[in-house]
Design a protein around this ligand. Structure first.
Ligand code: HDL
Ligand code: ZN
Length: 424
């Protein structure tokens, strides 16, 4: 293969892009997950065959097909849930894992040398009983090509807060300071904030209350490990720019001033509709198309803040890319949940490249179970290699020189969150 800065022939591009997008070359940070290291304990750090099989991307298929009522399923222990799911979705015909959730289980099993056609989970469970969790984690990160993992730190969750306060942190992880409870459920948050010694009132726009909320945010920024952003999801109709709404007031008077002072971006996730099917738990959330006007206004009113945006409704991914074109303080990021499917990821990646050049973060896994990292990143790298090959061949056809060095640099840029230098 030619030297790194030698112009490639058109027929060399595919192989070079394939090499440069591989997990042993393109090693990146996973900028949004729900993962924690094994030191957090088995309830906060999920791994193993039964956790893979009860991941809500899989569970929703079980409930959607009417194989079991959620109340009964939720009453079972984890292994019974795993056995039932394996039988219904992987053994009983038809059991073709076209969906990314079930396919992901098979990819992870194969990656660990386990049989994706096994008639029982006994061997897989024995493997996990014999393998230290840290080894599982290391293997998942290596196969996924992930250097560090940004989690979801919700300090209003009592179990999580205890770990963040007294637990032994795993240096593979960075913190995503999650603020849904504060922003979307402020009346509920008031009680906890006061119990923790922050004298907040019911009106977040009131000067002393706003100041105390900012003090809470600053204190926990110091307690959490390596916070890289503040984050919040928003229901479809949320008027984030409107100061007459509670959400708008908390953001305007407290969250955004605090993040700006801490030089942290704000990671916005518009679109989830929570608990449409309450008994399905996290498998029962839905999606709504968002009016993006509020987000346009928020970016304008807070030009000194940096923002990431990842809409859940796929049609809003277009809006997110357009926002990037007329604002220097926002970047679109990744694909998650209901828009993390190869077909949608490919169309979004092409759209972002064609509309913005490289002004986005290409992918984050949103993984909940450690093994999710393997299929999610492997699948994305397949799409990335396909799209980037097409784009570099297209560039080559313009007469432009394409080099291995240039490809590698651009790929790293697509995962570099620190591109708001003049802001955060
Ligand atoms: O709000 C979020 O961050 C979502 O990712 C939810 O946690 C959701 O349950 C999920 O895991 N989606 O992939
Ligand atoms: Zn998430």
């Amino acid at each position: 293969m030619p030297e790194t800065n030698t112009p490639l022939n058109r027929d060399q591009i595919e192989a070079v892009v394939g090499e440069e997008t591989a997990p042993d070359k393109l090693i990146v940070d996973d900028w949004h997950t729900h993962l924690l290291g094994p030191k957090a304990g088995p309830e906060l750090s999920l791994h193993g065959i039964d956790q893979m099989l009860t991941y809500h991307y899989v569970r929703r298929k079980l409930f959607g097909a009417g194989h079991i009522d959620p109340d009964t399923f939720n009453s079972w222990d984890l292994e019974k849930q795993g056995d039932f799911t394996w039988q219904k979705l992987f053994l009983d015909a038809p059991s073709d894992a076209f969906d990314e959730g079930c396919r992901g289980v098979l990819v992870a099993l194969e990656a660990f040398g386990l049989d994706p056609n096994a008639t029982s989970l006994e061997t897989a469970r024995q493997f996990y009983a014999d393998t230290p969790a840290e080894e599982i984690q290391r293997h998942c990160m290596e196969l996924a090509g992930v250097r560090r993992i940004v989690g979801t730190q919700d300090v209003f969750n009592d179990q999580e807060r205890a770990y963040y306060t007294d637990g032994d942190w795993d240096a593979n992880y960075l913190s995503g300071f999650r603020l849904d409870e504060l922003v979307l459920h402020y009346p509920r948050a008031v009680g906890k904030l006061n119990a923790w010694g922050y004298s907040v009132g019911t009106d977040p726009s009131e000067t002393s209350t706003a100041s105390e909320i900012r003090r809470f945010l600053s204190d926990w920024h110091g307690k959490l490990h390596d916070v890289v952003y503040g984050a919040c999801s928003f229901p479809p109709n949320c008027q984030v720019h409107d100061l007459s709404t509670q959400e708008g007031a908390v953001l305007h008077h407290a969250v955004l001033p605090a993040l700006r002072e801490l030089k942290l971006p704000f990671f916005m996730m518009p679109g989830p509709i929570r608990q449409l099917k309450y008994k399905w738990q996290d498998a029962g959330d839905g999606v709504g198309l968002c009016d993006m006007f509020p987000y346009q206004q928020l970016l304008r009113h807070h030009s000194g803040n940096a923002f990431f945006i990842t809409p859940l409704h796929n049609a809003n991914q277009y809006d997110a890319s357009v926002l990037t074109c007329h604002n220097d303080n926002v970047m679109a990021i990744g694909h998650w949940w209901f828009n993390y499917h190869p077909g949608l990821v490919e169309q979004d990646l092409k759209m972002r490249l064609e509309m913005t050049g490289d002004r986005f973060i290409a992918f984050n896994s949103d993984a909940r179970v450690l093994e999710n990292l393997i299929p999610k990143w492997r699948r994305f790298r397949q799409v990335l290699a396909k799209v980037m090959t097409d784009k570099y061949q297209d560039l080559h056809d313009t007469g432009r020189h394409v080099t291995r060095e240039g490809i590698a640099k651009t790929l790293q840029t697509l995962f570099d969150p620190d591109r708001f230098n003049h802001i955060a």
